[in-house]
Design a protein around this ligand. Structure first.
Ligand SMILES: *Cc1c(COP(=O)(O)O)cnc(C)c1O
Length: 347
């Protein structure tokens, strides 16, 4: 490999389909999915529903659409939905809940993206005609902005018990649920049983080119299908892309462990440079958040210097940058990137 090679650790969404995945896509049987006649889409939906222990699933173009369909299905205009302050739904979905579902989000800051059940009671609205109704709680596992952290299952159970007693629905943004499962050893359905709906992505660490799925009851998924059509998300021979997702489910889940190992090695190496602060306990899956305040530079200045040396990272917040390991970077490349970062900005 050449020394001017670019090592791209910006996101696990930059992965391109492997040759074997492309072959599976080329070979896919297809039909018109708006008529529910695409055998590959149907197979994917059946498989995901089974994996998550729910009756039904819907293949959708993106994780944002999947989350937004869930919010639409569970709420009425004017309702309030509780989310963690750093959640993807609150930060990276263009304010869609207010546009599409006419609801407002009520944010609560968590620790490592995780809310404790005790924090919820003061945020649930008392029933008074002049107050919004709290109808949904959304959790995120793994938590993206917090740095790929895994939600402790016991805390999920406690939140579920709290919500159930009040008739509040639960949605899981499980874009990286696969990473959580590989890290914790807990199977998907064990997490999923505590939620009414779950969104999972195939286009992150799993390496498929397109798509997510929303999983839940027959009724919830039937209504989500209707809203998907309203949003223009009714696809025709979608089996071509669904085949990539199926291939990813069969072949790319267990290997996420490699991504986690690469992230840990990267974090440990970079953390030896005192200019970079990394909370190693926070490195639980494939994301590493690096606090750069001690460099005395802005995140964009740091990113620019690293880019010039061939390492692409992104900013996480005002004082932190982020590295994400994935299918398209080998352990050797990640270790080279770690050396480059670790030897930059030494005080
Ligand atoms: C990426 C992501 C999404 C949205 O996925 P898109 O396919 O990019 O729309 C939702 N939630 C989390 C936590 C994510 O990381």
């Amino acid at each position: 490999m050449t020394s001017n090679e670019i090592i791209d650790l910006r996101s696990d969404t930059i992965t391109r389909p492997t040759a074997a995945m492309r072959q599976a896509m080329a070979d896919a049987q297809v039909g018109d999915d708006v008529f529910a006649e695409d055998p590959t889409v149907n197979l994917l939906q059946q498989k995901v529903a089974e994996l998550l222990g729910k009756p039904a699933a819907l293949y959708v173009p993106s994780g944002v659409m999947s989350n937004q369909l869930a919010i639409k299905v569970h709420t009425q205009p004017g309702d309030e939905v509780i989310v963690e302050t750093d959640s993807h739904i609150f930060n990276y979905e263009t304010g869609a809940p207010s546009i599409l579902s006419n609801i407002q989000l009520h944010t609560i800051p968590g620790h490592r993206g995780v809310l404790r059940a005790e924090q919820l009671a003061p945020s649930v609205r008392p029933s008074a005609y002049y107050m919004p109704r709290t109808t949904l709680i959304c959790l995120e596992n793994t938590h993206n902005r917090a740095g790929g952290t895994v939600y402790p299952i016991d805390e999920i159970k406690r939140i579920r018990d709290f919500a159930r007693a009040l008739g509040i629905k639960m949605h899981l943004d499980g874009a990286r649920l696969w990473n959580a499962c590989v890290s914790s050893g807990i199977v998907p359905r064990e997490y999923a049983q505590h939620f009414d709906t779950i969104s999972v992505c195939f286009s992150k660490g799993l390496g498929a080119p397109v798509g997510s799925a929303l999983v839940g009851s027959e009724d919830a998924i039937q209504r989500a299908r209707r809203f998907r059509k309203i949003l223009g998300g009714g696809m025709r021979q979608a089996g071509i892309i669904a085949a990539g997702a199926l291939y990813a489910l069969d072949n790319h889940v267990e290997r996420l462990k490699e991504d986690h190992d690469k992230a840990r090695a990267f974090a440990e190496r970079v953390a030896r440079n005192p200019a970079f602060q990394i909370d190693l306990e926070n490195v639980q899956t494939n994301i590493v958040v690096i606090d750069i305040s001690k460099t005395g530079k802005s995140t964009s200045e740091v990113l620019e210097v690293l880019r010039a040396k061939g390492v692409l990272l992104t900013d996480a917040n005002f004082t932190s940058i982020r590295a994400v390991t994935h299918l398209d970077v080998a352990a050797e490349q990640v270790s080279r990137a770690a050396d480059i970062v670790a030897t930059s900005f030494r005080g």
